[in-house]
Design a protein around this ligand. Structure first.
Ligand code: ADP
Length: 500
């Protein structure tokens, strides 16, 4: 690489690995380093990370990337951070030592407490302020748990000696050697302590959860020069200039910058986020209202919904049913038959999420006859992913009061052309898959690059989005209506199977 070229460094701190990716001015990744780190499951339903492992894995991939690409740190114009959201870390403000392990977003230890809050009728109030449905997933009850259970933690917090942060805050703290305690507005909006309308920490909620305000980070926009890395992290001080939680970063990386644009990430689960513009939309379908980003003083909001079993249905075909050897094969097998043969699969393997919310639903195949083959099962499984995404998107459209203008896709299963075509048929709009599917890291890079002037404007970024494939609806509305009729009939029959 030539010395003169400048790059943006994106840190993508995920649930199972830390990655560092370097992007050039065309938005192309020019180098990537990744390191997995350990997951700890101290009790059933508990999930923890070691904060020090999050940091060492992240800092080591930065160094590895620089060594591999042979760039000089001087060539890094700015750094953006995207992170697993909601995961909660409390540390000592003086020593920088964590008070407890990071409690990961998946951790369910506070679910009984959350149910108590719900039964006290606090759901509406919390939703009105934060846009969130009361759940153990979000940071608030995890913070409370640490303050309540770690000896001396509450007292220390009262004395102003404790910092709370989601993973972005923790990384910035470490990158600046304890100089800077901040978070960005998207991460703040996932704590269940942040008022997304007033855009500030909510005093009433802090008091409800008994959390002292002094532990909270300062909330910043998603794109501005917050600070520089400390001198000994890299040989030069690099501006940290962009932060967003992973789903929001992916929405920005997909350049869904206009109201009505949506992105779906087809991973283990499917994650949908729709840009709803400058106004938060109150969901009537238990979707989450969240902040998409704040750039140059302008806040954009989003609706978010997820499907529990997405690509996981294909993993199950591979590992459970053993009818495919790898995920890719599902596309080939599904197309061995001309249609689904009347087979519908409801992948309620862990209950049903949005918009059904039935934890007692269980998975089921319907319509099996003597003519049913493995190929029908594979086809039904792929179609089920698309049906579920359709249902969430449909709920979003109802909430937002308008049709999605365009859906952009990423994640492992978005590589499946059969699935993407079927998705387009169902939602009756174009599905666009970009060439660069590292959208989460790219979003963080874009946010940082905008702030340091590496890219001039959102309009400049728009020109960087390159299409790999576009899937256009081919089926008639009647054909789609018939399929949806049977799908919804199947969903109804799979509900309330467990008798809990
Ligand atoms: P995650 O980040 O959740 O681990 P990825 O984005 O890496 O997920 O995607 C992996 C998931 O995508 C797996 O569940 C896998 O079954 C599914 N998948 C990968 N490739 C395909 C494919 N060609 N067709 C269908 N599903 C696929």
């Amino acid at each position: 690489m030539t010395q003169s070229k400048q790059y943006i460094l994106a840190l993508d701190q995920g649930t199972t690995s830390s990655r560092a990716i370097l992007f050039n001015q065309s938005g192309q990744p020019v180098g990537m380093a990744q390191k997995d780190f350990k997951q700890y499951f101290p009790q059933s339903g508990w999930v923890e990370h070691y904060p020090t492992e999050i940091w060492t894995s992240q800092s080591s991939v930065i160094l590895e990337l620089i060594a591999e690409t042979e760039i000089s740190p001087k060539q890094i114009a700015g750094m953006g951070i995207t992170n697993q959201r909601e995961t909660t870390i409390l540390w000592d403000r003086e020593t920088g030592k964590p008070l407890y392990n990071a409690i990961v977003w998946q951790d369910r230890r506070t679910s009984v407490y959350c149910n108590e809050l719900k039964s006290k009728g606090l759901g509406e109030k919390i939703k009105a302020k934060t846009g969130l449905v009361i759940d153990a997933y979000f940071s608030a009850t995890k913070i409370k748990w640490i303050l309540d259970h770690v000896e001396g933690a509450r007292e220390k917090a009262r004395q102003g000696k404790v910092c709370f942060g989601t993973v972005d805050s923790w990384l910035v703290w470490k990158l600046t050697k304890g100089e800077t305690h901040i978070t960005d507005i998207t991460n703040a909006s996932r704590t269940m302590l942040f008022n997304i309308h007033e855009r500030e920490w909510d005093k009433e909620l802090l008091s409800l959860f008994d959390i002292p305000e002094s532990i909270l980070p300062e909330v910043k926009s998603s794109s501005e020069v917050y600070c520089k890395t400390a001198g000994d992290v890299l040989s030069v001080k690099i501006p940290i200039a962009g932060i967003a939680g992973d789903q929001q970063a992916a929405l920005f990386g997909q350049l869904c910058t206009e109201s009505g644009m949506a992105k779906t990430t087809y991973g283990t689960g499917c994650f949908l986020v729709m840009n709803t513009g400058e106004k938060p939309v109150d969901s009537q379908n238990q979707l989450l209202t969240t902040i998409a980003w704040e750039i140059k003083g302008k806040v954009k909001y989003a609706l978010e919904g997820s499907v529990f079993i997405g690509g996981a249905a294909i993993q199950w075909l591979r590992d459970g049913l053993k009818i495919i050897h790898n995920a890719k094969e599902s596309e080939f097998l599904a197309q061995k038959v001309d249609d689904n043969g009347g087979i519908y699969f409801v992948p309620a393997l862990t209950g049903l999420g949005a918009p059904y919310w039935d934890q007692d639903a269980r998975g089921a195949f319907f319509g099996i006859t003597r003519g049913t083959t493995q190929a029908h099962f594979a086809r039904a499984a792929l179609e089920a992913i698309a049906f579920q995404v359709y249902d969430v998107l449909h709920a979003m459209e109802k909430d937002a009061g308008g049709k999605t203008t365009e859906m952009r896709v990423d994640g492992g299963a978005s590589a499946n052309n059969f699935l993407m075509q079927f998705q387009s048929d169902l939602v009756r709009s174009d599905i666009r898959r970009p060439k660069i599917t590292e959208t989460t890291a790219l979003g963080a890079a874009f946010l940082a690059g905008l702030a340091v002037g590496y890219w001039e404007s959102e309009a400049t970024l728009q020109q960087l989005w390159e299409e790999d494939a576009c899937f256009r609806p081919e089926k008639t509305p009647e054909e789609v209506a018939e399929k949806l009729h049977f799908w919804h009939k199947a969903v109804e029959r799979s509900k309330s199977w467990e008798e809990s």
